[in-house]
Design a protein around this ligand. Sequence first.
Ligand code: CP
Ligand code: NVA
Length: 337
Amino acid sequence: MANKLTWLPSLKGRSLMRLTSFTDEEMMNLIDLAAQLKARRRAGVRGELLHRKNIALIFEKSSTRTRNSSLIAVQDEGGNAEYLTRPDIHFGKKESVKDTARVLGRIYDGILFRGFAQKSVEELREFSGVPVWNGLTDDYHPTQILADLLTVKETFGSLDNTTMAYVGDGRNNVANSLMMGCAKAGVNYVCCTPRELWPDEAILAEAEAVAKKNGVEIKVFDDPKKGVKGANVLYTDVWVSMGEEAKTAERIKLLRPYQINMDLMTATGNLDGKLMFLHCLPAFHDFNTDVTKECGALEVTDEVFESKYSKVFDESENRMHTIKALFVSALSDPSLA
Ligand code: CP
Ligand code: NVA
């Protein structure tokens, strides 16, 4: 029955700082819970799993998907969320992160944070006493990857025998988390990126150890055409992440050869087989943004973005179901399922 959860994994009180906050099994359970919650919502059910729960959404950086997914995830299940930006609260200016954590932890049942320093989200977790979820920092974007893995799983039916090729800025927050997410999920990961943007050695080594344990591989290439050969998922992100705007010209020059276009999709050798395109969004794929109104597409062409391979709006919708799974598993009483 779509409106009844068959099972609710208990991650009561648990926070998400990075994907390593959960065991591989716990991460996969969250993805399965998100699939159940998605089916349930599609059947028209708005439940009570978060009845009267209050969640603070602290955002230092902009957001369309993460903010709205979090808000609606809570409201769908009978709870409330408060959106707090830098001008709204004293966070890190007139009041330390530690003090803010201790204040908000006495008011709210959980805190989702998006911002700059990974240290901030970790301090919120340490001092608030409530579950804290990382909605993106300069270093990691773990909630994104839960949605990505759900999208691959529901599109292909399974994550087995899958190779994900990430093409672009190989050391940004999304790439760091995607590499670990693939390793934990048993998906081969190929990073196609120039030497200047090679993944951090420690982060790479940590993911390689997990991949090895799960029988899959991580490879890094600077030649995108070689790297994507045999890939089933081509994934990219913006070339300039929030907070790095001063590097725009340099990045565009460096990453031009890494654009995902039909030539690169063809280089997978899988155009007629198992192949999809993913992007965490927002994407510069046309002339319709302030950044691209003169130069046109950057990390992905409009042709690929609008093609039958593109699952970006399924992926974007899945942000909400996976964030809901995080909130529900940490805050709900399993007997409510
Ligand atoms: N993918 C993602 O995190 O999007 P937002 O920046 O809109 O939240
Ligand atoms: N790497 C991007 C992700 C946006 C969702 C950024 O940090 O801006």
